[in-house]
Design a protein around this ligand. Sequence first.
Ligand SMILES: Nc1ncnc2c1ncn2[C@@H]1O[C@H](COP(=O)(O)OP(=O)(O)OP(=O)(O)O)[C@@H](O)[C@H]1O
Ligand SMILES: [Mg+2]
Length: 290
Amino acid sequence: MGRILGAAVQRSDEKFYRKPKKIKYLLFFNNYLLFLQSLIWRNNCSKNRAMLIELKDVNKTYNNGQPLHVLKGIDLSIDKGEFVSIMGASGSGKSTLLNILGILDNYDTGEYYIDGRLIKGLSEKQAADYRNRLIGFIFQSFNLIGFKTAVENVELPLFYQGVSRSKRHEMAMEYLDRLGLADWATHYPNEMSGGQKQRVAIARALITKPKIILADEPTGALDSKTSEEVMQLLGRLNREEGVTIIVVTHESGVANCTDKIVHIKDGLIGRIEDNRMHRASVFGADTIMK
Ligand SMILES: Nc1ncnc2c1ncn2[C@@H]1O[C@H](COP(=O)(O)OP(=O)(O)OP(=O)(O)O)[C@@H](O)[C@H]1O
Ligand SMILES: [Mg+2]
């Protein structure tokens, strides 16, 4: 009797313990479903991420004399609204990369997409059309036309877009005003300071409302204080107007103003730093040392 009872107790114990096993399976299955769901969600998120620029295995060789393989398989993607800097030693291929991004130069192999459109084998006219519509350029040496006034320099991209004289003048004045240069509209570049010239150049880059601003050493010819002002200005444009900005620089303080730092070494992308906390420079968040 005792044994029978014992067996019954044992059976009911087994039953009792079997239930949690089922629950365990259910929980396992449930977790598995959640895991699958999160994978699908993550995949969707990456699909929805608004990628603006994508380079896949981009190569570039200069063939003037001895062939020089400068870009050796660049893979890089930049989302809409990012504020990115590209750093690297002299000769590492930064300007070459920026010229390709700006459709100022061709690449040999690989793929380059802007907003999903393949930028390859374009005619001069097509390239100029894309540039005028999508990209604004800022250079170290400002590249202003010496015999034109500030306002005429800013108007220039609109002239190439066929905008009427009065409209382009009105718009150029508006942009100069936004950059605090309304009083300097009729001055020539040689009458202005480096910082003022760079602000004219920024107004000229912005006047066509580009999606992308490409800046090659924009603070290279400026003192520390003016460099800070220019970088703060670019930061504001990025935050408030959502312009995607890519800055090539040698200066860690300048790179520290951006949210992402892409390191290029010998024609290849190296480390990519998330710099949203702006802690990349040993000199602090708001200082640019020259
Ligand atoms: N048009 C060209 N023809 C031939 N070689 C070139 C040309 N442009 C650049 N190079 C060479 O390609 C290499 C990369 O040049 P690039 O201008 O891209 O470097 P960088 O990283 O911008 O350098 P820096 O910091 O000095 O501006 C260098 O060795 C340079 O001499
Ligand atoms: Mg360069």
